[in-house]
Design a binder for this molecule. Structure first.
Ligand code: NDP
Length: 270
């Protein structure tokens, strides 16, 4: 049976085996999907060993996404821009890398009926997750995509790399000079109960606020946005499932449906 894994450290918490096994059942694909804990200095050797043993591919999560990019023989344009790979495929002795985080986000936004075409989007954060979503968001033809990051130089690097007239960057404070329809929090601040220091007026004026982090209750960012008056708030659980579906499609050539898996995961959140 074809074998897939998700590689990370830590990895016990991962919901990917549940998601991919549900996809396999729904699409009648014969495969196994398991977690593999990788020691911090053993990524390359463990991935190559799995490929040699007949593994077909896998997902990569924290903290190995950048190392995965370096390991690949070929990477997609979106993975190259993201500087990170979350999907590995082993084919004909080669390691192929892709990054499905961005398309996962776009699909989840569209599933939630968030208009992206001609919209003014603020992306908060300039880490791996933010980088991964820039190209897929621009493909949706927004009027404007602005990146605000605590460390401005990281946002500037993305703008230089992508070089698209609709893409600009600024400090948190400078966002005060603009209005946005959609605000996407791609910082990890919510994980520690912190908020990115965006002026509340900016958040309050948005139609939709999205947090890539997810939780049973509203994340600190989404709670803040809701209380400030943002019309619609959405967390990143749908993105998690949608990026997994894209990986599954890369490996198996069949796109699973995501609704039931998402509902079940939402019900299981603790
Ligand atoms: P990185 O570590 O690469 O980047 C972290 C980002 O968060 C940086 O921009 C950093 O700013 C910013 N940041 C961290 N703490 C604060 C704070 N207190 N105030 C303001 N900014 C802060 O992480 P990733 O980009 O890989 O991941 C970001 C988040 O997205 C994570 O929480 C991750 O779990 C989530 N994610 C969710 C996915 C999903 O499917 N739902 C998929 C991928 C990621 P600075 O540059 O100044 O340090």
């Amino acid at each position: 049976m074809d074998q897939y894994r998700v590689f990370g450290n830590p990895i016990k918490h991962s919901r990917s085996p549940y998601i991919h096994q549900a996809f396999a059942k729904e699409t009648a694909q014969e495969l196994t999907y398991q977690t593999q804990l990788i020691e911090l200095d053993a990524f390359e050797q463990d991935i190559k060993a799995f490929a040699r043993a007949g593994g077909k591919g896998g997902n990569v999560t924290v903290p190995f996404k950048e190392q995965a990019l370096a390991l690949c023989d070929q990477v997609s344009k979106r993975a190259s821009l993201a500087g990170a790979v979350n999907t590995l495929s082993f084919r004909d002795g080669q390691i192929l890398g892709d990054n499905t985080d961005g398309i996962g986000l776009v699909k989840d936004l569209l599933a939630n009926k968030v208009p992206l075409k001609n919209s003014r989007i603020l992306l908060i954060g300039a880490g791996g997750a933010a980088k991964g979503v820039v190209l897929p968001l621009l493909e949706q033809q927004p009027q404007q995509l602005m990146i605000a990051n605590r460390t401005l130089s990281k946002a500037e690097q993305i703008c230089q790399l992508v070089s698209d007239g609709r893409l600009t960057c600024c400090t948190f404070e400078q966002t005060n000079n603009y209005d946005f329809d959609v605000i996407i929090n791609a910082t990890s601040a919510s994980l520690d109960g912190h908020l990115p220091a965006i002026p509340e007026k900016v958040i309050a004026g948005a139609e939709v606020c999205y947090d890539m982090v997810y939780a049973k209750q509203l994340t600190p960012f989404l709670l803040w946005a809701k209380e400030a008056g943002a019309n619609k708030v959405i967390d990143g659980l749908g993105m998690l499932v949608a990026q997994a579906a894209e990986s599954f499609n890369i490996w198996r050539g069949v796109m699973p449906s995501t609704d039931e898996v998402l509902q079940q995961l939402r019900a299981d959140l603790t």
